[in-house]
Design a protein around this ligand. Structure first.
Ligand code: GDP
Length: 363
């Protein structure tokens, strides 16, 4: 999952590590030579070790004067040791790497401003800081982890807890055609049913006859009742019926399908607003197809402006290699991802776990 983004992050960690790491020279030998005030020998050791020596250490040693070695023995040893073990990164060391990272993130569908945030966080964490040559990978990874977690950890939403707070609980599922809306309704229905909740589907996509049939197939497979009216009927009325049915039968949750829409479907957007006005759903969840890439940003904006959304389900993460849409969607919506779709079966739904995603990205 998200192999492409993972690769881009890995490349940056490796490039920065390469600058910082470099082989350590034999500290003890240098220390001994200095202690014995053997300046020529100190320089010799450094010169012999050649390639493995960071440039600034060589410079430091070359600068030493015979008088200094006497007076400053201790300070000098400490300074050299520090230089050998640590490296202070400067803007010029990172400029190109940060730029490559930014481009790599954008290529992975990360929105430009999100890519900029990640690079700025990394710059602030690294520049001017003395970094242990041995721990550089850890430091870079941890900076990237924190930055990405910061994006993903918007106020989380626990559907199970929400659902248990009100009966019946109405969830409206929104999204473009083909985003995986109907499949996700079935998966969420299955998830809630397994938690011993009584679920009803409302077939409120009355715009496409096939949508009603599709939901009925899922309902039959899962043993979940589907409340429907004829093709072309008022979707607000279908949801209303489903709520009345649930009240009468003591059902816990209504999952309402809606017609897929885009900017161009002004009527459908108005219809969606009517469904919301009439039925006042407890949650409005937007289904996003990860394969849409950075275009998820536009979809989020459109639905949020039209009716306001409370959370997201990102589908098809199993076949989406780039990975960045997940960051773009959360950042734009400032709303949590509740579930991710990980396949075509009913069981292929995972509760969203930011830590797990970030661990995977930087493993
Ligand atoms: P809708 O038009 O938004 O209702 O979309 P559907 O639910 O009919 O899904 C469109 C296609 O995407 C179907 O072939 C689904 O099997 C597939 N699909 C939905 N979710 C996932 C997912 O998480 N992973 C994969 N691989 N396919 C999915």
């Amino acid at each position: 999952m998200f192999g492409f983004l993972k690769k881009k992050l890995k490349e940056s960690v490796e490039k920065i590590s390469k600058i910082v790491k470099k082989e350590e020279i034999e500290v003890e030998k240098v220390e001994k030579a200095i202690k014995e005030e053997k300046l020529r020998e100190t320089k010799e050791i450094v010169r012999e070790a050649k390639k493995g020596i960071p440039r600034e250490i060589e410079e430091e040693v070359v600068k030493i004067k015979p008088a200094e070695i006497k007076e400053e023995k201790k300070g000098l040893i400490e300074r050299l040791k520090r230089r050998i073990k640590e490296k202070t990164l400067e803007e010029k060391d990172l400029k190109e790497i940060l730029w490559d990272l930014q481009i790599g993130l954008i290529e992975s569908d990360v929105a430009v401003e999100v890519a900029e945030k990640i690079c700025n966080d990394l710059r602030n964490d690294l520049i001017g800081k003395s970094i242990s040559r041995k721990k550089v990978e850890e430091v870079v990874k941890s900076s990237l982890k924190n930055s990405i977690l910061d994006i993903l950890n918007v106020n989380s939403l626990n559907v199970l807890e929400e659902v248990k707070g009100k009966k019946p609980f109405l969830i409206l599922l929104l999204g473009f055609n083909g985003s995986g809306k109907t499949t996700s309704i079935a998966k969420v229905g299955n998830f809630l049913k397994q938690k011993d909740l009584n679920v009803v589907f409302a077939a409120a996509d009355t715009f496409r006859a096939a949508a009603i049939q599709q939901l009925e197939v899922h309902g039959n497979n899962l043993g979940i009742k589907v409340i429907k009216q004829d093709y072309g009927s008022d979707p607000a009325a279908v949801v209303f019926d489903a709520v009345e049915h649930s009240k009468a039968k003591g059902m816990d949750v209504i999952l309402a399908d809606t017609a897929g829409r885009s900017h161009a479907n002004v009527n459908l957007v108005d219809e969606l607003k009517k469904i919301v006005r009439v039925n006042k759903p407890d949650l409005k969840i937007l289904i996003l197809d990860a394969l849409t890439g950075n275009d998820v940003v536009e979809q989020v904006k459109m639905f949020d402006e039209a009716v306001g959304i409370d959370g997201l389900i990102l589908t098809k993460t199993d076949v989406y290699d780039k990975g960045g849409a997940i960051l773009s969607a959360v950042h734009t919506a400032n709303k949590p991802i509740i579930f991710i779709g990980t396949g075509q079966d009913y069981k292929d739904l995972e509760e969203f776990n930011a830590e797990k995603i970030v661990e995977n990205l930087l493993s």
